[in-house]
Design a protein around this ligand. Sequence first.
Ligand SMILES: *[C@@H]1O[C@H](CO)[C@@H](O)[C@H](O)[C@H]1NC(C)=O
Ligand SMILES: *[C@@H]1O[C@H](CO)[C@@H](O)[C@H](O)[C@H]1NC(C)=O
Ligand SMILES: *[C@@H]1O[C@H](CO)[C@@H](O)[C@H](O)[C@H]1NC(C)=O
Ligand SMILES: *[C@@H]1O[C@H](CO)[C@@H](O)[C@H](O)[C@H]1NC(C)=O
Length: 390
Amino acid sequence: MLLLWVSVVAVSSALAAPAPGTGAQRRGAAGAPNVVLVVSDSFDGRLTFHPGSQVVKLPFINLMKAHGTSFLNAYTNSPICCPSRAAMWSGLFTHLTESWNNFKGLDPNYTTWMDVMEKHGYRTQKFGKLDYTSGHHSISNRVEAWTRDVAFLLRQEGRPMVNLIRNKTKVRVMEKDWKNTDKAINWLKTEAINYTEPFVLYLGLNLPHPYPSPSSGENFGSSTFHTSLYWLERVSRDAIKIPKWLPLSEMHPVDYYSSYTKNCTGKFTEKEIKNIRAFYYAMCAETDAMLGEIILALRQLDLLQKTIVIYFSDHGELAMEHRQFYKMSMYEASVHVPLLIMGPGIKANQQVSNVVSLVDIYPTMLGKKSHIEISLLIYCYWEYKLIQIF
Ligand SMILES: *[C@@H]1O[C@H](CO)[C@@H](O)[C@H](O)[C@H]1NC(C)=O
Ligand SMILES: *[C@@H]1O[C@H](CO)[C@@H](O)[C@H](O)[C@H]1NC(C)=O
Ligand SMILES: *[C@@H]1O[C@H](CO)[C@@H](O)[C@H](O)[C@H]1NC(C)=O
Ligand SMILES: *[C@@H]1O[C@H](CO)[C@@H](O)[C@H](O)[C@H]1NC(C)=O
């Protein structure tokens, strides 16, 4: 309660005295900075601050931390792809989108923040993974995520495992993501560079989501943590913690059920668990490198000074904590997401501990004043309001 009150005071004083040069009356996009969003999948937010940050080298996330503002308590609104993304694109909580699983998201004609920005004069472009509308994934996704208690889906996932690529120096392991990164950079170089209006670019990455495991039988899922030595070398094995597990008999039935359907109730050696975690962190390093390519391209094109860069993820990854992998759980590894923002008007080297979530992205993009955390985000840390429409 006290925290809320303090927040309100902070917001009202910020409202009463807007920083000079904020363009508070501005309508429409003219003169506003560009916005580039890099959005990954399954990235455990705890890796972006101490002590999680010790386990893997993430040079571009560190760069964003140094030159921008990072949120230490950013959470997903639902720890699974579609529901999380539906909340982020709509600014609505899950009980309002009624997107409970990967089958149902937003209607394809839903007006997202990007549509609103486009209407107000921004050029917009999206590349890569979106996953926020209805009808994707399989029909089984209607029931599997939270209520797997149906015979044909029991233990549908393969056991989590690692797969090391033979080529030691392979950089582009997740080729599809790299291709989308290249496309985004090419768009910056050939299109965005010539725009007189500001632009909004969205790049959706699939990493560090585990890869499909077709060798695991008919109902295989994505249980393979896959990388090359090139990325594994960024991981400090000694810093990897082995999570403590309860004996199976003492697990809460819900956790046991999750663990069971994720094929994690068998025996795992400590080495196996450490490997899975190391491979996952290596996949996070590859994700960071793609974020880096975008930042470097912006710099090379002289756009970095007038572009707000935002990085976040749809949810986290348990990576064998609580005897599980994947997400679909309210434990920290699954719900804590990274959120970093840098660019003109955003404080450098600033760490914010207020709780924020992915629904805050929508009003933040639109400069709407309502929710406390959103307001904090906008009025305390954003000198620029992207557009003033509310
Ligand atoms: C969007 O599409 C849905 C069907 O998918 C329809 O019911 C709804 O009326 C449409 N909304 C608008 C604003 O066009
Ligand atoms: C667990 O995964 C392994 C291989 O990954 C698979 O062979 C096995 O059938 C799975 N177990 C169950 C009960 O589904
Ligand atoms: C290994 O990967 C590197 C970097 O991606 C590449 O240049 C090289 O050709 C690959 N080697 C083989 C044998 O595929
Ligand atoms: C963008 O501008 C450059 C010169 O600055 C020009 O060479 C190029 O053709 C332009 N591209 C487009 C797509 O208009």
